[in-house]
Design a protein. Sequence first.
Length: 302
Amino acid sequence: MREGPMCGVPRCVWELPAMLGEGPVWSEAEQALYFVDIVGKAIHRYRPESGERTSWPAPDRPGFLVPLADGTFLCGLRDGLHRFSPATGRFGLDLPVEPDQPGNRINDGHVDRFGRLWFGTMHDAETEPTGSLYSVRQDRGALSIRREDTGYVVSNGPALSPDGRTLYHNHSPARTVYAFDVSPEGTLSNRRVFATLRDGYPDGIAVDSAGFLWVGVWDGGRIERLAPDGTRVEPIPMPAHNVTKVAFGGADYRTVFVTTARKGLSARQLVDQPLSGSLFAFGTSIAGQKQATFTLDAPFAL
């Protein structure tokens, strides 16, 4: 097993009993960390410098949110992509997604350095392979969506390598991390198995500036790290059994934020791990990639 970058000890920065904490994303403009509680139907913001914590209710289960260039966010709710304004707490639907699949919901999402949005859908009951991987671009001021891959029970992850040539995406129940080739135009090809996990299920992914994958492990109590060639790097244990995703942030992108979940834990596990559902953070010697914004020109009535 290869040695990884130097990392500090994870510390709880928000003791929040999120049922399904997910989707951490750094806001460069606000110097703040946003994340969601899918089951709790909430969006949360944490400002590391002041310790300020703010929460907003969501009209339905939020899978992810990503920053837009105008200071609002694009949020994947159960039924589609919505604009969200932290200034007012308002949501507005921009693009319905899979109206023909009422048993599905939107799950994880990511904006790459080219400003393209990637996200997945999943079967909410987690039994049928009805989920898909999508890409989204702006087309004449509106959102244009394209299905890139399908056949997922629970899709997770999407994240790109620093050079933008490889996309990683998880089929969580199969314990599998896939890799795709990405063309300069953003077309995917050559899907292959990049890694298979044991002792847990791959959840969200973040890729650092050196191209290493940081994978939250559901039912595994750790962050798994994989080198660009798929070699396993020393994992990072966490004081929560269900680790969902990490995000790099801070002024130098050397702070790792980690979301966790209480969902699926027994009463005994919750006693043993009372911080499950909380937000954690620690420092690392390798910086993450700068968080990109998605551009959507259509105005949003705040």
